[in-house]
Design a protein around this ligand. Structure first.
Ligand code: SF4
Length: 331
């Protein structure tokens, strides 16, 4: 059984100018102990998806199941404590997600008190110290406030707070994008170690392909509220199929000719992502796609299943529909 299963999820927002289709019919599942990376530019719908899973927003339609329980329509404040304990989040910017008036001990202790009722103060402290040691933070930081910590230390404190309840699903919302390179490496190493030891599932929201390479098991490429490619991480880097995926990979800087040769056909980024309030007809990527055909402007491409040695690899693009069927669809 998947730990998380999302089917035909839609999340629309009504605004004075019209309707923003932030997430517009997506499907994916996440297995125990694996990481699914939702990747895309800002405006692709990846953060909105994560926030529906967390219960910060409720779904407009479709289904979000955590271990077979429908959670898509239950806001976080109405979720039972047991469910809230099992799904936790680490936000992008630890500087704003940690209470500046509290020290590290109080920040983590609050989470332990809520979710591990019945522990004495000594037991809570013992638990906290083992947690800090586990993620590579010194106990000397216990009485420091967030402004006295480095960026990586702050994010590790946020991670410790998210781990304190004992989650089975952790949402990582751009967990390293506010950090410098060495702090990024420290946080990524801690995340990898925790997943190996505790078999926690990660739903990773990112636009950083280096983080994807480090953490992901599967990758879903989102563009204007839809998933256009879904693949195992090895397939994603070695055999990207969708022109948008190829465009994202083309933007990775290379240092050597060998690295350059490993990249897919170079597709230069063209234009900006359009508004989700007024998405282009047919394939939403068509105004930016160098391979766009007539049919791409008129009809939404079907999702094609591509043979792969790593399980499911799907792509939503007319290039992978044979010419005969394309012509039938044109008629
Ligand atoms: Fe490009 Fe057409 Fe494929 Fe869309 S469906 S990515 S426009 S070729």
């Amino acid at each position: 059984m998947s730990i998380l299963k999302v089917e035909d999820l839609k999340k629309y927002f009504i605004v004075p100018q019209g309707v923003v289709r932030a997430v517009d019919g997506i499907d994916f599942s996440l297995e125990e102990g694996e990481t699914l990376a939702l990747v895309g530019e800002s405006g692709s719908g990846k953060t909105t998806t994560a926030h529906v899973v967390m219960g910060f927003y409720t779904a407009t339609s479709g289904s979000v199941k955590y271990r077979d329980i429908e959670i898509g329509y239950t806001p976080i404040e109405k979720r039972p404590l047991e469910l809230r304990k099992e799904i936790q989040i680490v936000f992008q910017d630890p500087a704003t997600s940690l209470n500046p008036k509290k020290n590290v001990k109080d920040i983590i202790d609050t989470a332990i008190k809520i979710h591990r009722k019945g522990l004495s103060s000594v037991e809570r402290l013992k638990f906290m110290l083992s947690l800090l040691e586990h993620i590579g933070l010194s106990e000397d930081l216990l009485f420091k406030k967030p402004h006295e910590l480095g960026g990586g230390e702050k994010q590790l404190v946020a991670l410790a707070r998210a781990l304190a309840p004992g989650p089975r699903l952790l949402i990582l919302d751009e967990p390293t994008s506010a950090l410098d390179i060495s702090a990024q490496a420290r946080v990524l190493n801690a995340l990898k170690k925790i997943q190996e030891e505790r078999k926690i599932s990660y739903l990773l929201i990112t636009h950083d392909l280096g983080v994807v390479r480090n953490l992901a098991t599967y990758v879903a490429i989102m563009y204007l509220g839809k998933i256009y490619e879904y693949a195992h991480v090895d397939e994603f880097f070695n055999r990207p199929l969708h022109p948008y995926t190829q465009m994202l990979l083309s933007s990775i800087p290379t240092l050597t000719e060998e690295e350059e040769k490993l990249l897919p056909q170079r597709i230069l980024s063209r234009g900006e992502i359009p508004s989700p309030m007024n998405p282009p007809s047919g394939c939403r990527f068509h105004p930016r796609c160098p391979f766009a055909m007539d049919i791409c402007k008129k009809k939404e491409p079907p999702t094609m299943i591509i043979k792969s040695e790593h399980g499911s690899h799907t792509v939503k693009c007319w290039l992978y529909v044979n010419a005969h069927e394309r012509n039938l669809n044109k008629a």
